[in-house]
Ligand binder design. Structure first.
Ligand code: F6P
Length: 531
């Protein structure tokens, strides 16, 4: 499978040069407060309703001229053709020769293709397999929900086989089956699994071994440890079959492990894009089949928005263009995520993998070094906790850190008046960052203001809104990766450390330092022998 990449790298377009000139003339000294005074329509111009998500971009350091140039850049880069290639099932993950079709997992069985004729068969066949697996998975989820003997479900997985489901299960906790507790174990540090297993009994526990490859060191180590615990606690070999399920593309390895119940998926689902696949089983157990279908429907609505909306009204594209403007012109190195929602407390961790594993690349899709920065560091904590920790730096530190607020119009099941208080704080922070208190005499109490933020508003945290929100981030990452000219779907950067760890582990027992650098050798000498 070969793929003719339709993109032009962003720095090779005329718009890139024009953006540099625009930045020097108007971008560097841009003042948000003056921009609102100049343009009475600024809020309307820079806010929009996308499926399930209302976005206010007006407190960002752009004006109509900036956005027009950024949109021109997107067109000159070939973003639309590249997006269409993904939706046509082309192998855009060029280093692994794979299609990128996580969006197909959200497409209703009845959907008209809407794709190019050549791709129709692949997509139609894929869609049939997707729905056969989805139906089986949701039936399995309902069986687990109905089984009163099972009270604890332990998902063992890491990276994309942990972060997405863990984040979504926490987000939708108000809808969780009251008789099921969901646990997520990812770290190879035995403390995580050990402290959980001390609270559980084999007869009431179901283990989900979640791994696309079924070879990942952390997951396989924890899976074997869980199996030993199960047998040591009196579980039988027969019981293993009932208490261990696998979620993987590697059906053979799961069978070798001794697992009889396996849900599969496909190599065109990247790990960090896999919560919509069998990897989503813990979500379906938590919220039920209909809830999971609603999650998919919300994401599909965002897919359609991204696929069809003109670029100037396309929310993932507008957000990606802002990311590029801040990273490559203003030179902002990070973005802070501030979900004012306890349910979304794991969203920053989830986005760290999605954004930085996808776009933290230093070469373009052809392997040539890039002369500009790519993914910003994404970090954050839920509000209001972050206010009492690092917001000091965001308000008064010398670096500008764009903040992304997320708030809900309707809160969850809170106990009283908490929700308006939470939302007022989100609004207040965004306003304080922009307005500042620049005329304060005392330097310690002075706030320069003019600090940018984006505000995303969901009606409520239900499966459909969550699905749309996650798909919004997936497509934003796609769009910024497209502009930067990179392959957002591989992750070679995680390989070297894995290889070195395999070499070092036996040396920790023997103390062998041959061939090591002085620092690693010095540390190893202090650690060995380690049994
Ligand atoms: O180490 C990176 C990675 O390959 C991620 O991309 C992936 O989500 C994670 O490991 C887990 O992989 P698997 O699902 O194959 O266990």
């Amino acid at each position: 499978m070969s793929f003719a990449d339709p993109r032009t790298r962003c720095d090779r377009t005329p718009a890139w040069q024009r953006l540099h000139a625009h930045y020097d003339a108007a971008g560097r000294g841009f003042d948000l407060r003056a921009a609102f005074e100049r343009d009475a329509r600024r809020f309307a111009r820079f806010s929009q309703q996308a499926p399930h998500v209302f976005a206010d971009l007006s407190k960002n350091l752009i004006d109509a001229a900036t956005e027009a140039l950024l949109l021109q850049l997107a067109r000159e880069c070939g973003l639309e053709a590249y997006r269409d290639a993904m939706f046509a099932g082309a192998p855009i993950n060029s280093t692994e020769q794979r299609a990128v079709m996580h969006w197909l997992l959200r497409k209703p069985a009845s959907a008209q293709s809407g794709q190019a004729p050549a791709a129709t068969d692949t997509i139609a066949n894929g869609l049939r397999e997707v729905h056969a697996t989805l139906d089986a998975m949701l039936q399995l989820a309902e069986r687990v929900r109905a089984d009163e003997a099972i009270t604890d479900i332990v998902n063992i997985g890491i990276g994309g086989s942990d972060l997405g489901p863990a984040m979504a299960v926490k987000a939708l906790d108000d809808l969780r089956h009251p008789g099921k507790r969901l646990h997520f174990v990812s770290n190879v540090d035995g403390m995580e699994l050990g402290s959980l297993l001390r609270q559980l009994r084999p007869a009431s526990t179901l283990f989900l071994i979640a791994s696309k490859t079924f070879t990942t060191l952390e997951t396989m180590t924890n899976a074997h440890a869980a199996r030993e615990w199960f047998l040591a606690q009196g579980g039988s070999q027969d019981g293993l079959v009932r208490h261990f399920y696998a979620l993987t593309t590697n059906l053979e390895a799961a069978a070798q492990f001794g697992i009889a119940t396996t849900l599969g998926f496909w190599d065109w689902v990247g790990g960090r894009y896999s919560l919509w696949s069998a990897i989503g089983l813990p979500i379906a157990i938590a919220i039920g089949a209909q809830g999971f279908r609603d999650l998919l429907a919300g994401a599909h609505a965002m897919d359609e928005h991204f696929r069809t909306a003109p670029l100037e009204a396309n929310l993932p594209v507008r957000l990606a263009l802002l990311d590029l403007w801040y990273r490559n012109f203003h030179g902002f190195a990070s973005r802070s995520m501030a979900p004012y929602s306890h349910g979304l407390r794991r969203l920053p961790a989830y986005l760290q993998q999605l954004e930085m594993e996808s776009n933290g690349k230093g070469v373009d899709a052809h392997g040539d070094p890039l002369p500009y920065a790519t993914a910003p560091v994404v970090w954050g904590e839920p509000g209001t906790n972050g206010q009492h920790a690092f917001f000091q730096m965001i308000h008064q530190g010398p670096d500008t850190v764009p903040v992304e607020f997320i708030a809900l119009r309707a809160g969850g099941r809170d106990l009283g008046r908490q929700h308006p208080r939470l939302v007022a704080n989100a609004l207040a922070q965004a306003r304080a960052l922009m307005m500042g208190r620049p005329y304060e005499q005392d330097g310690h109490r002075r706030f320069t203001g003019n600090r940018p933020s984006t505000f995303l508003l969901l009606e409520r945290l239900d499966p459909a809104s969550l699905g749309a929100l996650i798909a919004l981030y997936e497509h934003r990452v796609f769009a910024s990766g497209a502009l930067w000219g990179i392959n957002s779907f591989d992750q070679w950067g995680v390989e070297l450390g894995k290889t070195i760890a395999r070499d070092l582990e036996p040396r920790l027992a023997t103390g062998d330092i041959q061939g090591l650098d002085a620092s690693t050798a010095g540390l190893l000498r202090r650690l060995a022998p380690m049994i």
